[in-house]
Design a protein around this ligand. Structure first.
Ligand code: LIP
Length: 260
């Protein structure tokens, strides 16, 4: 576990990416990794900065990150899990919903998570057992909402459109039972938006560890639930299908996701 001084150090480090992100965006260069899957010079600049600065302060903690090779991972080790820019497509189109997402993985669980959107100046963070915060104000899920009044967000797996044939009928079933949908394009922010009550549930398939690790701790520390579509614990070191919500909506959401 990070102590309070170490948490403050890491939060300050992540906030320093704001200037770097704005500077790099002025010379944005986009590389296509695959269908609807992009990486920019901003992603690489933030990853290089965070890797260098974290290694200086915490030399014994390896990093897992989106824009690097991650192999020989062990469940009993400690890792930083970094998405330098979650919501890269949004960044390319100046959409304003992109975030730096950093988690600390320790022996099978996430003990610290931070999600920073520099475009809205919103900094979400949580430490295990210490609550969840947005800009230093404690946050909680909006627990007293029934499914028919819920705002539900989802991920559309745009880089794997073979999933669409099965996913869209599922969206229809859930949409007909909820109040409305949202699609932000950032899993990390979706999880944080459920944590602070802007949304009440979120689901997406095949998310990478760096998409969901930090946001899942922020959500559970805000009183929510984040599990796999099979109802199991999240793995954190591998991809996962995420079902996230208030505790009240966890069962109805799971029932709809598992409906054949
Ligand atoms: C994004 C996720 C989002 C998903 C996008 C993309 P990235 O992460 O946060 O939920 O639907 O396809 O994977 O690639 O922008 O870091």
């Amino acid at each position: 576990m990070l102590n309070k001084t170490e948490q403050t150090q890491v939060i300050s480090l992540i906030k320093k990416t704001r200037e770097l992100i704005y500077r790099e965006m002025r010379a944005a260069r986009v590389t296509i990794k695959g269908a609807a899957d992009y990486v920019t010079n901003v992603d690489f600049a933030v990853q290089d900065f965070m890797k260098r600065e974290l290694e200086l302060r915490f030399p014994d903690i390896r990093m897992i990150a989106e824009e690097k090779e991650n192999k020989d991972l062990y469940s009993n080790a400690r890792y930083w899990i970094l998405d330098p820019i979650d919501g890269t497509t949004n960044l390319i189109h100046h959409y304003g919903l992109s975030a730096v997402s950093l988690a600390l993985y320790e022996q099978g669980e996430i003990t610290f998570g931070a999600v920073y959107n520099p475009f809205h100046e919103e900094f979400f963070y949580a430490a295990k057992g210490q609550g969840a915060y947005l800009n230093d104000r404690q946050i909680f899920v909006d627990e007293n909402v029934k499914f028919s009044d819920a705002v539900v967000s989802y991920g559309s797996s745009p880089y794997d459109k073979s999933r669409a044939k099965k996913l869209f009928p599922l969206y229809y079933r859930i949409f007909m039972k909820a109040a409305d949908f949202r699609r932000t394009g950032s899993a990390a922010l979706d999880l944080c938006y459920v944590a602070c009550g802007r949304q009440h549930a979120y689901f997406e398939q095949d998310l990478k560890p760096w998409d969901y690790a930090a946001g899942s701790l922020i959500l559970t520390e805000a009183g929510g639930a984040a599990r796999g579509w099979d109802g199991g614990k999240l793995p954190f070191l591998t991809n996962a299908d995420i079902a996230a919500s208030t505790k009240t909506l966890a069962e109805p959401l799971m029932d709809m996701l598992c409906e054949k």
